[in-house]
Design a protein around this ligand. Structure first.
Ligand code: PRP
Ligand code: ZN
Ligand code: MG
Length: 225
């Protein structure tokens, strides 16, 4: 049985945000007992439980009220939001704070050998992405029709594998694009990690813990500015 007075926070298990997320909690003085292969980790000195999950699952866990807090990239959050809006399902959450890590951009990239002058070069081509809603919103606004190819991973190999003409994927250092002979041509969305909270009733014991955590996060971020 889970203790309803403990704050549940979801964060990425492995990936770009995981070590910075853990570091943030550690800098806030929270002692987390991390064990390999475990979905849940308990803080020893505060009533906080950490759920280690796939980043893509975090917005949904918060929006469905399964966890109280989540540390997630705005890219993943915005994609889930657009998806839920298109499906007419529930999508409420509160952004408590933008965090100082996880800075990246969702960009369109094409093989270096492809000629490119402007966005109209993308007309009617096939684009591989894990972010179909963000991509569609962007290209709809630009009135560019395209065909999409949904891939949850290995998006960067799609052009070489003959699955797509271009990709729309996250770029942080640019190393992945370079290693795959791709060139960034348009920025679709700029992103940061952020701390989100579920809506609905949260008891006062948990609210106090969340407030305490927020005060500490603010202090930690201020100190590293
Ligand atoms: C993203 C993206 C690339 C990589 C780009 O994956 O899909 O693989 O980061 O970073 P770079 O420009 O520094 O090379 P990410 O780890 O964010 O998420 P995923 O594993 O959920 O796809
Ligand atoms: Zn992911
Ligand atoms: Mg990746």
């Amino acid at each position: 049985m889970f203790d309803n007075n403990r704050v549940r926070i979801a964060m990425q298990k492995t990936g770009r945000l995981s070590s910075d997320s853990i570091k943030l909690l550690t800098c806030c003085g929270i002692k987390i007992n991390l064990k390999q292969q475990k979905l849940i980790a308990f803080a020893e000195n505060m009533p906080i439980d950490v759920m280690l999950v796939r980043d893509d699952d975090i917005p949904g866990l918060v929006m469905d009220g399964v966890v109280d807090l989540g540390i997630v990239g705005e890219n993943v959050l915005e994609e889930e939001l657009l998806k839920r809006i298109s499906q007419k399902s529930e999508y409420s959450y509160i952004t408590l704070r933008r965090l100082d890590f996880g800075i990246c951009r969702l960009s369109l990239a094409i093989p270096v050998s492809t000629i490119y002058s402007d966005i109209t070069c993308l007309k009617n081509i096939r684009i591989a992405t894990s972010y179909p809603h963000l991509l569609k919103k962007y290209l709809d606004e630009k009135k560019i029709r395209f065909k999409s190819c949904m891939l949850n991973g290995s998006v960067e190999v799609a052009p070489r594998a003959g699955l797509a003409d271009a990709i729309c994927d996250l770029v942080s250092t640019g190393a992945t694009l370079e290693a795959n002979g791709l060139r960034e041509v348009q920025v679709v969305y700029r992103s940061h990690a952020c701390l989100i909270c579920r809506t609905g009733d949260i008891n006062h014991i948990k609210k106090e813990v969340i407030n305490k955590l927020m005060t500490r996060i603010k202090g930690v971020i201020k100190a590293r500015e």
